[in-house]
Ligand binder design. Structure first.
Ligand code: HEC
Ligand code: HEC
Length: 238
């Protein structure tokens, strides 16, 4: 094969080549951005009005802007890769839920990618804040989130879910804004084999070790950490 030797090539050519490469990369990036915006716009339509295949408007359960409400988790600001995986699993039966599974089944693959792009484009309701490392007097929630409970083999939630539970990449969803009820429902689902254990089976293994008191403590701690801003879906006090 004839390999390019940059030493013998005139410098101007090399520079021109680099410029072209950069221009192509920028063009590809612009194209990808435009495609993503198109997807998000298509997803927003489904979120507001439902899909052609009969999925109900997502907003009717998950809130006008994906902020969630009692019984229905927030979607805004979750990673698109995470959302697509959940929709695929709800559609395939790897994650079971009598209310949500039929919605996921009614969406085409393209529509799942579109709604995921839309919700991922919205702002997450919490910020990445790391609480101080807990001491003897701190509660179970602080310990579980910031340090874990190694006696039971539970790593810190923050280790996988990021500071303040804001999520890390597509594999580790944001959890710092979720209600205790929703978190508990997921832990129960993992323990009953009604939800896929997730990448490398990581969360299924953690869930087995968490008690209902643990979940309540974690949710309460996150709420305090975020200045009462989470969980967003808590019903308004009269
Ligand atoms: C009738 C109410 C309802 C509607 C409409 C609805 N959902 Fe859901 N959705 C739920 C419930 C309930 C859950 C929680 C399921 C569980 O506990 O596992 C859920 C969970 C989800 C999840 C998983 C969230 C997570 O953090 O893992 C995604 C993603 C989702 N819904 C997307 C959508 C999309 C997209 C639409 C619109 C096409 C939609 N939902 C419409 C009730 C609904
Ligand atoms: C070793 C890594 C790891 C640790 C530690 C961990 N998680 Fe997870 N968690 C995951 C992964 C991966 C997922 C995504 C599972 C999936 O894709 O279905 C997840 C998902 C979740 C979800 C579901 C979110 C949703 O929107 O449905 C909850 C709730 C959760 N974790 C709570 C916790 C809590 C509470 C702790 C600390 C006690 C914790 N996790 C510690 C890896 C971890």
């Amino acid at each position: 094969m004839n390999r390019l030797n940059t030493k013998t090539l005139p410098r101007a050519w090399v520079a021109a080549g680099i410029c072209m490469l950069m221009a192509t990369a920028a063009w590809a990036q612009d194209n990808a951005k435009a495609a993503l915006q198109g997807q998000a716009a298509a997803g927003e339509k489904i979120a507001r009005a439902g899909s052609a295949g009969g999925a109900a408007a997502c907003a009717s359960c998950h809130g006008a802007n994906g902020e969630g409400q009692a019984g229905f988790p927030a979607l805004a600001g979750q990673h698109a890769g995470y959302l697509v995986r959940q929709l695929n699993q709800l559609a395939s039966g790897a994650r079971q839920n009598p209310v949500m599974a039929p919605m996921a089944k009614a969406l085409s693959e393209q529509e799942r990618a579109d709604v995921a792009a839309y919700y991922a484009s919205l702002k997450l309701s919490i910020k990445p804040v790391r609480g101080p490392l807990p001491g003897k007097k701190d509660d179970d929630g602080a310990w579980l989130v910031e340090r874990g409970r190694w006696a039971d083999g539970i790593p810190a939630c923050a280790q996988c879910h990021g500071p303040g539970g804001v999520g890390v990449g597509q594999d580790f969803p944001a959890i710092g804004h979720l209600t205790a009820d929703y978190m508990q429902a997921q832990v129960d689902a993992w323990n009953k084999g009604q939800r896929d254990a997730g990448p490398l089976g990581l969360m299924g293994a953690v869930a087995r070790k968490l008690t209902a008191e643990d979940i309540q403590a974690v949710a309460t701690y996150y709420q305090r950490l975020h200045g009462g801003a989470a969980p967003q879906a808590a019903p308004a006090k009269p």
